[in-house]
Design a binder for this molecule. Sequence first.
Ligand SMILES: Nc1ncnc2c1ncn2[C@@H]1O[C@H](COP(=O)(O)OP(=O)(O)OP(=O)(O)O)[C@@H](O)[C@H]1O
Ligand SMILES: [Mg+2]
Length: 396
Amino acid sequence: MNPINNPFAPGAGTQPPELAGRDELRETIRIAIERVRRGLSTKSILMVGLRGVGKTVLLDRMREDAEGTGIQTLRIEAPEDRSLPAMLAPQLRQGLLRLAHNEKAKELAQRALRGLTGFAKALKLKYQDIEVGFDFPAEPGLADNGDLEHDLQALFETVGAAAKTAGTALVIFIDELQYVQEEELAALITALHRSAQRRLPVMLVGAGLPQLRGRMGRAKSYAERLFDFPEIGPLKPDAARIAITKPTADNDVTVNADALELIVTKTQCYPYFLQEWGKHAWDAAPASPISRQDVELASQSVIAALDESFFRVRFDRLTPAEKKYLRAMAELGAGPHRSGDISQQLAREVTALGPTRNQLISKGMIWSPSHGDTAFTVPLFDQFMHRILPGDDWKE
Ligand SMILES: Nc1ncnc2c1ncn2[C@@H]1O[C@H](COP(=O)(O)OP(=O)(O)OP(=O)(O)O)[C@@H](O)[C@H]1O
Ligand SMILES: [Mg+2]
């Protein structure tokens, strides 16, 4: 059918035509944010899940939901190489400038802006990437110790006080949180903890790969109690069907039942794959309805497309040793796998492979669901590894 009208939207962080199966979680977040605004005890929320399950689009949708009810939001994406204070400071400044428009909160917001000046100036030596405009001169003694943990806490207190007076809350949305350094995570956790104790309306809604949970726990042992970690996974089959049939029906196109079931099976209900299969099945079908044969035809082009994009970008960032490690995992199947079994495939000692495994974890390719276990963070990556490195040559 006409690709111009194709409603499906595969892509990193691209809003889907129908955000299926996530209403309950959105409602949970809505309640948590409203509670925080009212000064009631609430946990911050960190969504964890594999690549392509829809964490980013969910985070953005939740942010829109919150903004719609007058909440002040900040949106940050943690890249692998920038410091948390550097990402936070400019966003915080904008949020505070908005708060300063509120008559009641004006003075407190300006005080928080003075705190931000002190914060950035004091930490600049350590985090040279901090760049933020200064609107007010620093107030000596306010968030200017030069110690991130202490200063962030003080800063959140002033920001929280301003938000509270304005009758709103400040909610910080951070994506890819697993990339933030442990020491910076620790400071963030402490600052949120302090705000929660003082019932100040400051909250974090974060998203990251499954290893985030362990990183938070290592940064501060009490983190597990301070946060909820909802797991974002593949959709339930019913929601997966809706993800396909709602957008098609909106365009007066139907999908045959057996075609739909084939999509559900092939995608294993992973959101990213649903978008790809939906898109290619639409393009393959000559006219409505979309048939099973169309989906079969589409599957070949989907896999080629995934191999060229979704899988490929991740593969290209790997060293030869890392590729070999992942290929050995793939040899064992989808996983998770025991470290001993992987090393056996490679005829090496477990300890000798430790550095490679750690590198792969920090690149976000694998994670450890439990001690000694290793799993892919990218769904269906095992099958891709078989396609890109077929046969036994990789063993050499
Ligand atoms: N609930 C959903 N229903 C249908 N499609 C969805 C849903 N959630 C996400 N998608 C689609 O899945 C794809 C991946 O979404 P997104 O980029 O948010 O995933 P992610 O978990 O952030 O992945 P990554 O870990 O790689 O950043 C997008 O094309 C998006 O449109
Ligand atoms: Mg994402």
